[in-house]
Design a protein around this ligand. Structure first.
Ligand SMILES: *[C@@H]1O[C@H](CO)[C@@H](O)[C@H](O)[C@H]1NC(C)=O
Ligand SMILES: *[C@@H]1O[C@H](CO)[C@@H](O)[C@H](O)[C@H]1NC(C)=O
Ligand SMILES: *[C@@H]1O[C@H](CO)[C@@H](O)[C@H](O)[C@H]1NC(C)=O
Ligand SMILES: *[C@@H]1O[C@H](CO)[C@@H](O)[C@H](O)[C@H]1NC(C)=O
Ligand SMILES: *[C@@H]1O[C@H](CO)[C@@H](O)[C@H](O)[C@H]1NC(C)=O
Length: 945
């Protein structure tokens, strides 16, 4: 895992480290003994015997000599025409996909490279696709039935969009099986910082169900990398997501999954920066690196060792060429420890390097020039957009290293704190290829195509964004001649989508790998056929922000603020919205207001398809309490078993995370203090994300919102059962407490909960624990009624936060009037207690939100990491688009706004006049929309033009 300084769910194996320390000492002793022995041997032979006796095996010398040609060969990405794929397994018949709208992945023949760079010559074409022997045979309109090979299966795409399979060039799936278990955590070989000899294939677990989940997002090929705990993590392998007989393979086998059975290229992973020094650089340890300086030395020392090894081999091979292998007085030097790194220096290995920051990038580029090797891509390359020229200084000529990115997952550690949503676009404009990756399980690779979609939203041209998860990634894997495009001669890895792949909520209706359909009964969502997306020049302009009080927006087509709904004829663009002093004073024709504004010189902003929508309220993020998750000094800190606090006492305003939320239309946040053991503990506060400090009027709109607990094992409650029992005991005690008693803080809040004045929010994913909590709720309510407490009307207000498995109890939750905040919105069995997550079509019929909503449960969309606040409108868009027509736009927007208030029993921020609103160009629920203005009720508004 790459993301955090120490992966939260794969703690560093302390035993491994102390083992390493012992081993290190043992190794020193061993080396000394060996040295003595070697000296003894040396003196024995030199003193006593100079006659030539052949002590070596001639067979082995010859075999060694044969190795020389392998050492010298450099792989080529061959373009020879294939009749069948090396992966093809006889018995799989041809398939014709009829009536598809195809993205081949290439510009039309004859397009100049300059024009292609700009996107000219790229388009969706209507065609049929014929696959045979694991290859795409033909992409052509109206393939006649009479010309088909015998026994061809015909699949009708009904005009749906078709692309090649998605390629994710950064995944830890199968070496970090989900749900995450200690026994299946094999991505970091932490016995040493330098383990170029470790190989991910030796850990690949084909039974990792996440492989199938990822494939359900159209991903057919992934590069399985070792983690980034080490500076040199080891060798990586490209696999396809077809496992065993049901997926068209012969065996459940990692070797059978290799995308290139001929193993043309080898792959390797290295990592710079925070991680290695955090893992190894602990005071009191006798090994490092402790700093970036140390890391550079560890790198150089390893490269130097490999270079010496390569030199020794080359000298041996040249000598053997000259005098004949039989006459060599030693065997070919072969050190397994440096073999793979030697292969890198020989140009046989494609290297991917986790490297965020300028110093890391520069140091690594220095290494490439000192030791003469190439880098395919820098990953997590959040700062590359600032220094594209540094990448061009890397050794090797040809295209500079690419940048493998997340679209908007940033700020979580110091290295990621300088980052930009426009990075992809800036890099592309400066001659660096951006590609988008999942780092599964950091992001669920099922949705890696959504990263490309957001890159498109943020200004990357359509064809580049899509290439960033298909052809560009394939090219960087040295497989650009085989995968990543839908054209004849390529592997028959094909996805037919239910909507444009870069649209919100896009899901495959079927996926083929090597020409074999991968889903037996794929769930297909009911979605209207929409026009494919395309180049969208307005999106490519980076908007400029200004602060205003008065403004006139023209081209308003829809107002979706509850109580003020209006729809205008979107075609003519005559409807306007006049804002004075941050308040909407008129919508519609507004001739008087509009011309009075004009007279006063008020700015007019013309919109295309303007939408005015309620701002988002994010519930249960750490906004305002945490800035850089991995940096303690930027956090409010955690409550323990003993301590409990109010968020309002720790709120910090004016941070980058808050500004990012605000700029995406999230004007209000309800945040709770965090708990040492994960989740939350304490009293949440409601505040405005755009306020400069707490004392500004309205900045904190509610001091105490809800009381939060997390059901997990802690030092005090070693079991989950104890955690539930303790909560129950506290609640019962609160019911029984008498008003005149001196109560501790926590008891006072609990009193308010059982008096019906405050909601109890419980962080929990597991359906079984939720069932227990529903029982607790019933028991406490019985106690409340027996006390005949009129204030509470016998009801405990409860909300489930997390709720990955809550769908299993949808009707019970509805009956108990318990709301659910889904956090994350789309759960994916990352942990054991989320193992029954619904991942959606084509694997499951809907996700948690569909089932909860249908059962009448009040649902809100939350976040599990703060960067996700940027995506809340898009999440609502997914709920709407993938709701099979059962969730309308207003309901979808309520998931990120009014439902939060309803389930907490709070008054919604609803006014006679509209002073809290967000203006979008286009629908906020669609990918090609953009925020134009945010007004949070403080009297002004921020405008992006
Ligand atoms: C025809 O195709 C089916 C399905 O791909 C396969 O099971 C069958 O063996 C094929 N028959 C012949 C004659 O190739
Ligand atoms: C392709 O499918 C679309 C949508 O079902 C349909 O309108 C169109 O007529 C079909 N075209 C052909 C050539 O079958
Ligand atoms: C309430 O608590 C106080 C102090 O513990 C005690 O003196 C009093 O009797 C209690 N009253 C009732 C009604 O239980
Ligand atoms: C609950 O709210 C009611 C009405 O606002 C108030 O009278 C009562 O004292 C509150 N109870 C507690 C325990 O806060
Ligand atoms: C604008 O609003 C602010 C508060 O939001 C208020 O103090 C000010 O007087 C208003 N100005 C006008 C011209 O209405």
């Amino acid at each position: 895992m790459d993301k955090h300084d120490l992966p939260r769910y794969t703690p560093v194996d302390e035993h491994a480290i102390s083992r390493h320390k012992r081993r290190h000492r043992r190794r020193l002793v061993k080396s000394f003994v060996l040295l003595l022995a070697a000296y003894a041997l040396y003196s024995h032979f030199t003193v006593r015997d100079h006659s030539k006796v052949q002590l070596l095996s001639v067979d082995k010398l010859r075999a060694d000599h044969a190795v020389c040609s392998k050492l010298r060969s450099v792989p080529e990405t061959s373009n020879t025409k294939r009749e069948r794929s090396a992966r093809y397994i006889p018995g799989h018949g041809p398939v014709l996909i009829r009536n598809a709208t195809v993205w081949t992945g290439e510009a039309l023949l004859g397009t100049s490279p300059e024009d292609a760079h700009l996107g000219k010559g790229y388009s969706w074409i209507h065609a049929d696709v014929l696959m045979e022997f694991g290859l795409i045979k033909l992409v052509s309109a109206g393939i006649s039935t009479s010309t088909l090979p015998p026994n061809t299966t015909i699949y009708n795409a009904h005009g749906r969009q078709l692309t090649s399979g998605i390629v994710d060039m950064h995944s830890h799936s199968t070496v970090d099986t989900l749900p995450s278990l200690r026994g299946w955590s094999d991505d970091n070989e932490l016995s040493s910082d330098i383990t170029p000899y470790a190989r991910s294939i030796d850990a690949v677990n084909p039974l990792d169900h996440q492989l199938q989940v990822i494939k359900s997002g159209g991903v057919t090929t992934s590069l399985i990398l070792p983690g980034s705990g080490n500076n040199m993590g080891g060798e990586a392998y490209v696999i396809k997501h077809a496992v065993g007989v049901p997926d068209g393979r012969e065996q459940i086998s990692a070797e059978d999954m290799l995308a290139d059975p001929q193993k043309t290229w080898r792959y390797m992973k290295m990592a710079c920066g925070e991680n290695a020094k955090a893992v190894y650089g602990r005071l009191g340890r006798d090994f490092g690196p402790f700093s970036r300086m140390g890391e550079a030395w560890y790198f150089r020392h390893a490269f130097e060792s490999a270079r010496a090894h390569v030199q020794a081999q080359d000298d041996w091979c040249s000598a053997a060429d000259r005098v004949g292998a039989e006459r060599m007085e030693s065997y070919l030097p072969q050190e397994l420890e440096w073999e793979s790194l030697g292969a890198l220096l020989r140009g046989q290995v494609l290297l991917n390097v986790h490297c965020y920051t300028i110093p890391d990038l520069e140091a690594f580029v220095r290494h490439t020039n000192e030791f003469r090797f190439k880098v395919q891509a820098f990953h997590h390359a959040h700062q590359t957009y600032l220094v594209p020229e540094i990448l061009k200084r890397a050794w090797g000529g040809g295209p500079p290293p690419a940048a493998a990115l997340f679209a908007d997952n940033m700020y979580y550690k110091a290295e990621a704190y300088v980052a930009s949503e426009q990075a992809g676009k800036i890099l592309y404009d400066n001659g660096i290829t951006p590609v988008y990756v999942s780092d599964n399980p950091v992001l669920n690779a099922q949705h890696v195509v959504f990263e490309a979609a957001k890159a498109y939203k943020n200004g990357l041209p359509y064809h580049v964004a899509l290439a960033g998860v298909t052809s560009a990634s394939a090219e960087l894997l040295g497989l650009g001649n085989r995968i990543g495009k839908a054209k004849p001669g390529y592997d028959a890895d094909i996805v037919v989508w239910d909507s444009d792949p870069l649209s919100v909520g896009a899901a495959p209706v079927q996926v083929w790998i090597d020409g074999t359909p991968q889903f037996e009964e794929p769930v297909e969502l009911r979605k209207p056929h929409t026009k494919p997306l395309a180049a969208n020049p307005p999106l490519e302009n980076t908007p400029v922000r200004s602060e205003e009080r008065d403004i006139v927006f023209t081209g308003i087509s829809k107002i979706m603020i509850p109580g003020h709904e209006q729809v205008f004829d979107s075609g003519d663009g005559t409807a306007v919205m006049v804002v004075e002093n941050g308040t909407v004073v008129c919508t519609g024709l507004c001739e008087a207001e509009s011309s009075s504004g004009e007279a006063r010189g008020v700015r007019r902003v013309s919109l295309k398809d303007g939408h005015v929508v309620p701002p988002v309220t994010v519930f249960g993020s750490s906004l305002g309490l945490a800035e850089i998750e991995a940096e303690d000094s930027t956090l409010d800190g955690d409550n323990t078993d003993e301590s409990i606090s109010r968020a309002v006492d720790g709120l910090a305003f004016d941070t980058k995370s808050l500004d990012a939320a605000y700029s995406h239309g999230v004007t209000r946040a309800i945040s709770a203090p965090t708990f040492k053991y994960g989740g939350f503990k304490g009293v949440s506060a409601g505040f405005l994300t755009g306020a400069p400090h707490a004392l500004e009027e309205g900045a904190v709109w509610q001091d105490e919102v809800a009381l939060h607990y997390t059901m997990t094992k802690t030092e005090k409650t070693l079991s989950l059962s104890a955690a539930v029992g303790l909560l129950q005991a506290k609640l019962i005690k609160a019911v029984k407490a008498n008003e005149t008693e001196e109560l501790k803080l926590e008891e006072r809040w609990l009193r308010r909960v059982v008096a019906g004045n405050m909601t109890l929010v419980v962080n929990v994913h597991s359906a079984d624990l939720i069932a227990s909590l529903l029982r607790v709720k019933a028991d406490v309510e019985a106690e409340m009624r027996s006390k005949d407490d009129k204030a509470s009307n016998g009801r405990l207000s409860m909300v489930i936060h997390g709720g990955a498995e809550s769908w299993m109890l949808a009707s019970a939750l509805a009956e108990a009037h318990v709301g659910v905040v889904l956090a994350p919105f789309l759960a994916y069995s990352e942990t054991w207690d989320q193992r029954r997550s619904l991942t959606g079509a084509p694997l499951t019929n809907g996700t948690a939100i569909d089932i909860l909503h249908a059962a009448g449960v009040k649902v809100a969309i939350g976040t599990s990491e703060d960067w996700q606040t940027r995506n809340l409108y898009l999440s609502a868009g997914i709920a709407y688009t993938n709701g099979n027509g059962k969730i309308n736009e207003i309901e979808a927007l309520a998931f990120v706004s009014s439902n939060v208030y309803d389930m907490l029993g709070l008054k919604e921020p609803r006014d006679e006049v509209v002073r809290e609103f967000v203006v979008f160009e286009g629908s906020p629920l669609e990918i090609d929309s953009r925020v134009s203005a945010v007004a949070d009720g403080r009297g002004g508004l921020s405008v992006w033009t």
